[in-house]
Design a protein around this ligand. Structure first.
Ligand code: C2E
Ligand code: CA
Ligand code: CA
Ligand code: CA
Length: 278
């Protein structure tokens, strides 16, 4: 990874556009943010569609840059990958989540956790060991730790992905295919991978209340996934109608602004209480 690390700096030439300067600044400052606790995590509830119970939260990384303000995770995760910092970032995130989870568990929140992996994390041999170490004193069974990997990451190099997934599976964690439907894989290809869960991309869910085609796609995806023994999660639920349809079709878990926004770790106990009282 050493040459990767230097690449963004050596490629820079004076006169290149402002966006390049912004990227360089972000790459440098991200390094500092990882070292100095400049990042934090938000957690978005996933609810059981039958009982409405909070069963899990998805960890979403946040960076508020001291001068530039909020930077979207899509932007800085991409830059972390380009600049060779992604493993450091993922390691930092895992540590953060383990610490936060310990705190909220003490404050009475009973939830599993889902963590996003980047495509490049699948080529990091030390990842399974790192996860095992970081979650050594995890208070639930390991299957209540879910790792979300995007469909496109899995299909980049299915053989390499497979090797890492098998090693992660050996830890007992749950593996989930994120953003399902946006790549080019079929359920029959996914069947070969040791995954237990499929997450329908929000682009199919956002307008579920009004788009008959999305309804057809989502409904048949749920049926086929269930036929293959996979659990199904829908993200991007923004209204009651969408949630009702998903409940009707037996989608196992739901996530979206209608159910709950992502919240800071410290606010999770209160959010969990509010959800339980609904
Ligand atoms: P994702 O994994 O698909 O995460 C779901 C995104 O959808 C989150 O955006 C979340 O805030 C947003 N979302 C949730 N419910 C709704 C809804 O009802 N409507 C709409 N319009 N959006 C909703 P966020 O936090 O900006 O994250 C964007 C992406 O950045 C994530 O997509 C994921 O690919 C990446 N990301 C975020 N945190 C991490 C992380 O810790 N590690 C890695 N590797 N990637 C991360
Ligand atoms: Ca995700
Ligand atoms: Ca997703
Ligand atoms: Ca996404």
């Amino acid at each position: 990874q050493a040459e990767n690390h230097a690449a963004p700096f050596t490629r820079y030439q004076p006169g290149q556009d402002e966006s390049h300067l912004r990227e360089l600044k972000l790459i440098t400052d991200l390094h500092t943010a990882i070292l100095n606790n400049g990042l934090h995590m938000n957690y978005q509830p996933k609810l059981d569609s039958r009982t409405g119970e909070l069963v899990q939260v998805e960890a979403l990384v946040r960076w508020v840059h001291p001068e530039l303000g909020f930077i979207s995770p899509e932007e800085f995760i991409f830059l972390a990958e380009q600049s060779g910092q992604i493993h450091d970032l993922t390691a930092h995130i895992l540590q953060r989540v383990a610490d936060d989870a310990r705190q909220w568990h003490r404050r009475g929140v009973d939830a599993g956790v889902a963590i996003n992996l980047s495509a490049m994390d699948l080529t990091w041999p030390a990842l399974p060991r790192y996860i095992a170490d970081t979650f050594r004193d995890w208070h639930h069974s390991m299957e209540r730790i879910t790792l979300e990997v995007t469909e496109s990451a899995l299909m980049d190099d299915p053989e390499e992905a497979m090797a890492t997934l098998n090693r992660l599976r050996d830890l007992g964690v749950t593996l989930s295919v994120d953003d399902f439907g946006t790549g080019y894989s079929s359920l029959s290809q996914l069947r070969m991978l040791p995954v237990q869960e499929l997450k329908i991309d929000k682009s199919f869910v956002l307008k579920l209340d009004s788009e008959p085609q999305d309804q057809l796609i989502v409904r048949s995806t749920i049926d086929m996934a269930h036929g293959l023994g996979l659990k199904v999660v829908a993200e991007g639920i923004e209204n009651l109608k969408a949630w009702q349809l998903l409940q009707q079709w037996g989608c196992n878990l739901g996530q979206g602004f209608y159910l709950s926004r992502p919240v800071a770790a410290g606010a999770l106990p209160e959010t969990a209480r509010a959800l339980a009282a609904r």
